[in-house]
Design a protein around this ligand. Structure first.
Ligand SMILES: NC(=O)c1ccc[n+]([C@@H]2O[C@H](COP(=O)([O-])OP(=O)(O)OC[C@H]3O[C@@H](n4cnc5c(N)ncnc54)[C@H](OP(=O)(O)O)[C@@H]3O)[C@@H](O)[C@H]2O)c1
Length: 275
């Protein structure tokens, strides 16, 4: 049973909502309650339930201030461009010992620390969308004034939706190009292989089942076996067999170089957005 002090999630959309789903799971207790905010009453109403106070800024201009009052952990999950305004809005209402953690891509810890009182710790996290099913991997970076206890508190929070990897902030944009964007790469590979299966004459439904189940099964086999992916691949690849021929074609395409270039493009864009 994980126990947390009061938590506020400002901007409970896709990612904030995923974090909320971890906190409301039966094996988690949030003492002092969970508070979430959104802009629209429609979204706020949908999240209201026992143990979750949900506020909308359109009906209550002080929604974010009400949410952070008494909160020991404050998760910032609005769009990156909205973070500076949001920080200025809540700065004076934050509890002096609270820990602020932002999931906003490209917004640096130093820029957030500069706006908030000295006593408030700031950390940065980069979860990914499998958080929705409790299978996220979250990159987490400590701030300049966060303590080891603050880091452990926030690590525990993101562990309610999956696995956490602690990295220095200098690596968080790079991490984002691997695991933040990673689900999109996997979906893209699934789309392409499904299209190939359809070209071979399988119905769209059968093609989708063949490919999606193969990705899921291979991932679960990898996780359960404890073997390296190269070893598991070797076990499917008999010398002179059919898989060996397919892998030879894939090797010629130099997927490593392709991934190097794709992630470099993502990293360049992260730096543009950060600037
Ligand atoms: N999605 C991902 O894969 C992912 C991964 C890692 C990090 N992130 C980060 O997560 C953050 C949110 O992304 P998202 O995809 O979850 O976006 P999203 O679904 O649009 O969620 C943002 C939420 O913020 C609410 N909001 C806007 N202004 C607000 C304000 N002033 N006060 C309170 N709530 C406000 C919006 O409410 P309304 O809709 O009612 O306006 C919306 O529900 C971004 O900074 C992004 O970089 C996302």
């Amino acid at each position: 049973m994980a126990i947390f002090p009061a938590v506020a999630i400002l901007g409970a959309g896709s990612m904030g909502g995923a974090v909320l789903s971890g906190l409301v799971s039966p094996d988690v207790t949030v003492e002092g309650g969970i508070r979430v905010t959104n802009r629209t009453e429609e979204k706020a109403g949908a999240l209201r339930r026992a143990g979750v106070a949900s506020f909308a800024t359109e009906s209550d201009p002080r929604a974010n201030l009400a949410a952070v009052s008494g909160a020991r952990i404050v998760v910032l999950a609005v769009k990156p461009a909205m973070i500076p305004d949001l920080l200025r809005e809540i700065a004076d209402a934050l509890e002096p010992d609270c820990v602020v953690v932002s999931v906003a891509a490209g917004v640096t810890i130093a820029s957030m620390e500069a706006v908030l009182p000295e006593s408030v710790a700031v950390l940065r996290a980069m979860p990914n969308t499998p958080a929705i099913v409790g299978r996220a991997v979250t990159g987490l970076s400590a701030g300049n004034r966060s303590t080891a206890d603050d880091l452990e508190l926030v690590r525990g929070l993101f562990e309610t939706v999956g696995t956490v990897v602690v990295v220095p902030e200098s690596q968080i944009d790079a991490l984002s190009t691997i695991s933040g964007s990673g689900p999109a790469y996997v979906f893209y590979l699934i789309e392409q292989l499904t299209s190939t299966a359809e070209s071979m004459g399988f119905s769209p439904a059968d093609a989708a089942t063949l490919v999606s189940t193969t990705f899921l099964g291979a991932s679960e086999l990898l996780a359960a076996s404890g073997s390296a992916p190269a070893e598991l691949r070797r076990r499917v690849t008999s010398p002179n067999g059919t898989t060996e021929r397919a892998i030879a074609v894939l090797e010629k395409a130099d997927l490593k170089d392709l991934f190097d270039r794709a992630t470099a493009a993502a990293l360049a864009r992260a730096r543009e957005l950060g600037a």
